[in-house]
Design a binder for this molecule. Structure first.
Ligand code: NDP
Length: 483
């Protein structure tokens, strides 16, 4: 078992309290590490270090900054195997997927490092005797508060733009799996960021996250996590009017119209539902299937789900590993129970496997719930697990648009039809940050991601993601006289 330290101000440190807490392997329930239990003292130290580093880092030329971010990308690529191994160990990500993620993330860093060099301002030709131009500047010290569901990816998607444009950062990873964040700090150290540019504090969100959201030395909070925590962070950050970028929950409708290509829809949506055990904000949250194709879709989806291989994440045949923790599995089971209590039917899975070796570890068999109506808890709340929720079949486009929009979230929606004009009506009327008509895979960094309604504020990825980490300044010069 390993003993870890935090990374603050260019030093590996223990918590001032001397306290640590355990990290568990979700596939075996074994304790794998002890990490420092950071607290308010560490928040103050990290903010002071990031503030001190800010003028150093932000005043470097963009070329120099981008080169250091590119160095981090190269180091991560060289160490991708180890990064993937830690992801599997602390999160239960199947090894193949963990390797793929670790292999892809350097490109996310590169995308931001290169595009930060192309961040140009504008001149506004309002008056011939005046020079008015707009300049993008870093925001300052940014706290990155991230969830457990794809521990490294969730950090890199914020870190890459934040650092590339000149901010200094304090990372507060999810406490149940902070080891990839600490590995990232080790790579950042080697990449040559000035001391204090990158800091990592491990420990509870209720203390460290709240202190960062409140601290007057923090200029921006970039947060991914639940809507409840996002609201709390908004309230705390309002005291000092911090910039916020919030990626919150989703309850994403899948709408399959009567003319859809059912095999294509089943394949794509099954993949999305099972990806990372359904522990992903983009997962389907509610299936609305037209009555004409309901039976066919459900039968094919069920057949596909039965074939999903649940098992040891280190086994190359495994498609779905364990859920992240005992608490989270209890939470998902609570939703299964609520569906039954509300009168819905669990037609597949929804239980823990009992046969060895899967009787140890936080395993859970993927589930399908049918007969769900709009008011049931499983139709309204994010389950964040491998549970497909089938709403009653529909027969009217108007009605299904109304039902899809009847939710506090507005992250993504998936519409299946072969009639693109009909699909465009859904695209225009659904209140969500992303609407996909059919399966349209996209390179992640090239396209923006972010929610409407209670799914968040601001965007990640793309030039919109880079802008989030900048302030836009107007500079106006009177050219007529030396006044
Ligand atoms: P939480 O909101 O519980 O936690 C997220 C982070 O916030 C963790 O680092 C946590 O620390 C910290 N935190 C907890 N309480 C506070 C607080 N009071 N003040 C400040 N920080 C706090 O989310 P989960 O980790 O459970 O992640 C799952 C959620 O994330 C889901 O709702 C999911 O939809 C959302 N998500 C959204 C995405 C998007 O792109 N929209 C992408 C991925 C996930 P600690 O770990 O110590 O509790």
């Amino acid at each position: 078992m390993s003993q870890y330290k935090m990374w603050i101000g260019g030093n590996w440190v223990d918590a001032e309290s001397g306290k640590t807490y355990p990290v568990f392997n979700p596939a075996t329930e074994a304790e794998i590490a002890q990490v420092p239990l950071g607290g308010l003292a560490e928040v103050d130290k990290a903010v002071a270090a990031a503030r001190k580093a800010y003028p150093v880092w932000s005043k470097k030329s963009q070329v120099e900054r981008s080169q250091i971010v590119l160095k981090l990308a190269a180091l991560m690529r060289a160490d991708a195997k180890e990064v993937g191994r830690i992801d599997t160990l602390e999160h239960g990500t199947p090894a193949g997927l963990a390797g793929m993620i670790a292999g892809d993330l350097p490109e996310w860093l590169e995308w931001n490092a290169y595009n930060a060099r192309a961040l140009m301002g504008n001149t506004i030709p309002q008056c011939p005797n005046e020079l008015i131009y707009l300049q993008r500047e870093p925001v300052g010290v940014v706290a990155l508060i991230t969830p457990w569901n794809l521990p490294l990816l969730m950090i890199v998607e914020k870190l890459a733009p934040a650092l590339s444009v000149g901010n200094t950062i304090i990372i507060k990873p999810a406490s149940i799996n902070s080891l990839t964040a600490l590995k990232l700090a080790e790579l950042a150290d080697k990449a040559g960021f000035p001391s204090g540019t990158v800091n990592v504090i491990t420990g509870p969100g209720g203390i460290i996250g709240e202190a960062l959201a409140t601290h007057p030395g923090v200029d921006m909070v970039a947060f991914t996590g639940s809507s409840e925590t996002g609201k709390r962070i908004m309230a705390l950050a309002s005291q000092t009017v911090k910039r916020l970028q919030l990626e919150l929950g989703g309850k994403n409708p899948v709408i399959v119209l009567g003319d859809a290509d059912i095999d294509a829809a089943v394949g794509a949506m099954l993949g999305k539902q099972m990806f990372n055990c359904g522990q992903i904000c983009a997962a389907p949250g509610r299936f609305y299937i037209h009555e004409k194709v309901y039976d066919e879709f459900l039968q094919k989806f069920t057949a596909g789900m039965k074939k999903v291989v649940v098992g040891d994440p280190n086994d190359t045949k495994t498609q779905m590993g364990p859920l992240v923790s005992a608490d989270h599995r209890n939470r998902v089971e609570g939703y299964i129970k609520s569906a039954i209590d509300d009168g819905a039917k669990v037609i597949l899975g929804g239980k823990r496997p009992t046969a060895p070796p899967l009787d140890k570890g936080y395993y859970f068999m993927p589930a399908i719930i049918t007969g769900v109506t709009q008011k049931m808890k499983v139709a309204r709340e994010e389950i964040f697990g491998p549970v497909a929720v089938f709403m009653e079949p529909f027969n009217s486009d108007d009605k299904v648009i109304e039902l899809a929009n009847d939710n506090i979230y507005g992250l993504a929606a998936y519409v299946w039809t072969q009639d693109k004009a009909r699909g465009m009506r859904f695209a225009n009327e659904i209140q969500a940050g992303t609407v996909q008509i059919g399966s349209t895979p996209a390179r992640d960094q090239d396209v923006p991601w972010g929610g409407y309604k209670q799914s968040g504020i601001g965007k990640e990825h793309s030039m919109y993601g880079l802008y989030e980490y900048t302030n836009l300044k107007r500079i106006q010069v009177d050219l007529t006289a030396n006044r």
